[in-house]
Design a protein around this ligand. Structure first.
Ligand code: HEM
Length: 161
């Protein structure tokens, strides 16, 4: 913030508002996701425990990946936030919003440098656990839209060239 005071408001950059960020923010030209959202029947079909199990398996994949360093030490704890968010998306109660406020997912990801390669790793980990949908009672008929949504949504999380 000292820089913005010296240079004046006009020359402030978004980096002045994002603690821990060293690189300029990249905004994907495609903008926020416009496509289909996952079916809100999925929550009732899977049940909450399976959504948590799926997210834990996904974060265990991330733990083995080359983007592990982006995530907190306690990977299982981190997976629970993801699970609460997905519970809401998939038709369950809005506990994520009640606990953490409006999702503002792109803003929440800005402190982390996420480039296209990191996105591909992230998606690869999610796709890998979803190769076994039955383990989590994930309804197969809803997989294509869900995978498509992850693809779209993750493109909007990219913030680093
Ligand atoms: C593009 C690839 C992505 C990468 C590399 C990534 C990385 C991260 C990182 C590093 C965190 C912070 C971990 C923590 O402090 O707990 C995080 C949090 C989170 N991410 Fe992602 N993410 C990506 C895409 C997504 C997508 C597509 C979604 C939604 C479907 C998502 C949902 C979340 C949620 C719900 C949190 C917790 C936010 C909070 O309340 O603090 N992420 N992600």
């Amino acid at each position: 913030m000292w820089k913005s005071r010296l240079l004046g408001f006009n020359q402030m950059t978004i980096m002045d508002f994002v603690p821990g960020r060293n690189k300029p923010v990249y905004t994907p030209p495609g903008g926020p996701p416009q496509g289909l959202s996952p079916s809100r029947e999925i929550y009732a079909m899977m049940g909450e425990a399976n959504i948590f199990k799926l997210c834990e398996a996904f974060y265990r994949e991330l733990e083995q990946s080359n983007i592990r360093a982006l995530f907190p030490q306690d990977i299982v704890e981190a997976s629970k936030k993801q699970a609460l968010f997905l519970v809401g998306v998939l038709g369950g109660p809005p506990v994520y919003m009640e606990t953490f406020g409006r999702p503002r997912m792109r803003a929440r990801h800005l402190p982390f440098e996420i480039d296209e390669a990191a996105r591909q790793t992230w998606l690869g980990c999610f796709r890998k656990v979803l190769e076994h949908p039955a383990r989590y009672a994930f309804p197969e008929e809803h997989l294509p839209v869900f995978l498509h949504w992850l693809d779209d949504f993750s493109a909007w999380m990219v913030n680093t060239p």
